[in-house]
Write a protein that binds this ligand. Structure first.
Ligand SMILES: [Zn+2]
Length: 311
């Protein structure tokens, strides 16, 4: 009995030791990297998410409908979770979309938006497309009352990616352009934060053909990625325009990139098209409207096959 329970514990530990960037095995033999649904830490997290959803008078997600992956915790021990839809394969031809929400926890509406997306993803309609959703990238910032932009260690996760200009520019620009605004602190070192590494590893593992990251409240759609003059860029730009059309002409804006931002690191440097959807506001009462406004654009984007990211 003891032997069996020890073996069980060992297997359990092995399961959770897989990184987010674990190589993808061929589909036929793919053992799910998914840890069993609602493990204790994930269940504890969902309870905390539900408390916030209740506070905002939002419907409580049906967490058990999804297969949660959990490898890494935030610095203060909160699980960083993600889920996937569709069949994960090792082929590079598949169309994979990574959707990120809750990077800035005080932008509460994007978190609900990701859960609305998950609720509405129909496996039948997905065809061969694959979708990875991390609905709450920086949980500690969302779960605080009041929520904060920065993570549990006071770092703006969207200024912490190891872009080429991070070392020379991130702190310097933070001090000059932002007058050392604590809300935008890029960290003492690039990729110092678990939430940053978490996103980097999801990108490394799933090699998404496009990334959609949802923020608020700038009321715009922004694109970072392959140059719009190159073929891959033109394909990416056409999707940007179509996403705008599908959401009643939502404003497209070329918002600047920053040292350490996802758009800079994954879009400009790694040449993966990154679409930033900035919802109109962070008003908890308007989330249903946001989903209605952007659902067609999201479906269209998920089903849109990008040209390979060559530039
Ligand atoms: Zn934001």
């Amino acid at each position: 009995m003891y032997l069996f329970s020890s073996l069980f514990i060992l297997l359990g530990l092995m399961g959770t030791s897989l990184a987010e960037d674990a190589p993808v095995p061929p589909a036929s033999t793919a053992p799910a990297v998914t840890v069993s649904e609602l493990t204790k830490p994930v269940a504890a997290l969902t309870k905390r998410i539900s408390d916030m959803f209740e506070l905002y008078k939002w419907d409580i997600p049906e967490y058990t409908k999804y297969k949660w992956n959990h490898v890494r915790n935030s610095d203060i021990g909160t699980p960083l979770i993600w889920t996937t839809f569709g069949q994960e394969t090792s082929t590079s031809t598949e169309n994979t979309t990574l959707v990120l929400c809750g990077v800035h926890g005080d932008e509460i509406t994007p978190v609900k938006f990701c859960f609305d997306l998950m609720k509405n993803i129909d496996d039948q309609k997905l065809l061969n497309n694959f979708v990875v959703v991390a609905p709450l990238v920086a949980p500690d910032s969302f779960l605080k009352i009041p929520p904060t932009r920065t993570n549990g260690r006071g770092v703006d996760v969207n200024r912490n990616f190891p872009t080429k200009d991070w070392k020379s520019e991130a702190i310097r620009r933070w001090k000059i352009s932002y007058k050392s605004d604590k809300r935008k602190f890029p960290g003492h070192k690039a990729a110092s934060e678990q939430e940053t590494i978490f996103q980097m590893n999801l990108i490394k593992r799933y090699k998404p053909n496009k990334i959609i990251t949802v923020h608020a409240p700038l009321t715009l759609l922004d694109y970072d990625g392959p140059s719009l003059t190159a073929e891959a860029g033109r394909s990416a730009e056409s999707l940007l325009k179509l996403m705008s059309e599908k959401s009643s002409g939502y404003k497209i804006s070329n918002y600047p990139v920053f040292p350490g931002s996802l758009g800079n690191w994954a879009g400009k440097e790694a040449k993966i098209p990154v679409y930033t959807l900035e919802l109109p506001n962070t008003n908890a009462d308007e989330t249903d409207k946001f989903w209605t406004t952007f659902k067609d654009a999201m479906w269209f984007a998920i089903n849109h096959r990008m040209k390979p990211p060559v530039d």
